[in-house]
Design a protein around this ligand. Structure first.
Ligand code: G3P
Ligand code: CA
Length: 282
């Protein structure tokens, strides 16, 4: 048994769901992440032209669906017609109708193919038998700047998720846009925020963060180049959430540096690696 009781295991966050195993941002990817044991689910949100928050990473739907176009210019009904699963390896998975050939052809598994609304994801975490947190990334720039944050807070409020609690999902909001986070603070001061950093510019190099932001979200590339960054953030009482950590060497680096959360496409693999490291008390 490990004796390093002072260390806390990092939270394992499923990046776009268990997106190695299932198509990213589908309900199936998030259901898989919960089965995999992820402590939190990461998702990107965008607003459709009729004001629905959907979980889609790219500005356009072309890469992850059989459609074309810009999310913010499409209505939810347009997205609902698209197939967001077939591009992914293993897309052929279907569930059978009653197992009886007379019932006709297999039906596609819609949970692996349909566009996911943020609201459906909130229902999933709210109904989860164990607590699962949410790390929601607002994508910027967008033509709906400001509206995205307002719609997000409205929806979180409706689900009672603008306040943290030990037994319910804790929500945090992430963004590469410091302005986007400022808007979040103004609308929902209790929701923790994460400033995502693709590179470590001179502005944040000393470990400081914008006013009221307590969590730094560096890419794993930042951490490989600047491992001392974790300590610097800590010296200002900040926390560090790292993305996207999929490879054994990167997981080990995050463990050695004692980061607070690792965001990964393969939560089960990361959890196994953490368990095998023997660094944390069970
Ligand atoms: O979790 C942060 C990470 O998701 C940011 O990068 O491009 O995957 O949204 P991206
Ligand atoms: Ca993201």
């Amino acid at each position: 048994m490990s004796t390093r009781l002072t260390l806390r295991s990092p939270q394992v966050v499923a990046h776009r769901g268990s997106s190695e195993a299932a198509p990213e941002h589908t309900l199936a990817a998030y259901q898989q992440a919960i089965r995999d044991g992820a402590g939190a689910l990461e998702c990107d949100v965008r607003l459709t032209s009729d004001g629905v928050l959907v979980c889609v990473h790219d500005r356009r739907v072309d890469r992850t669906s059989n459609g074309r176009g810009v999310v913010s210019a499409l209505e939810y009904a347009d997205l609902a017609e698209l197939d967001f699963g077939s591009w992914h390896a293993g897309h052929g998975r279907t569930h059978e109708v009653g197992g009886d050939p007379q019932n006709g052809p297999e039906e596609p598994d819609w949970d692996r193919r349909s566009v996911l609304t943020l609201e459906r994801l909130l229902r999933l975490v709210s109904d989860s038998p164990r607590r699962v947190d949410l790390a929601i990334e607002t994508k910027h720039p967008t033509r709906y700047a400001g509206h995205v944050e307002r719609a997000l807070v409205e929806l979180l409020d409706a689900y009672g998720l603008t306040d943290a609690g030990p037994d319910r999902p804790n929500v945090r909001v992430m963004s590469f846009s410091a302005l986007g986070l400022r808007r979040m603070h103004a609308l929902a001061p209790k929701i923790p925020t994460v400033l995502l950093l693709e590179r470590l510019g001179s502005r944040y190099r000393n470990g400081t963060l914008p006013h009221r932001v307590r969590i730094a979200g560096p890419s794993i590339t930042v951490l490989r180049r600047h491992p001392q960054y974790v300590e610097r953030v800590r010296s200002w009482n900040g926390s560090v959430h790292v993305w996207t950590v999929n490879d054994p060497a990167d997981i080990d680096l995050c463990l050695a540096l004692g980061v607070d959360a690792v965001i990964t496409d393969r939560p089960r693999f990361v959890l196994t690696r953490i368990g095998d490291s023997g660094l944390f008390a069970v």
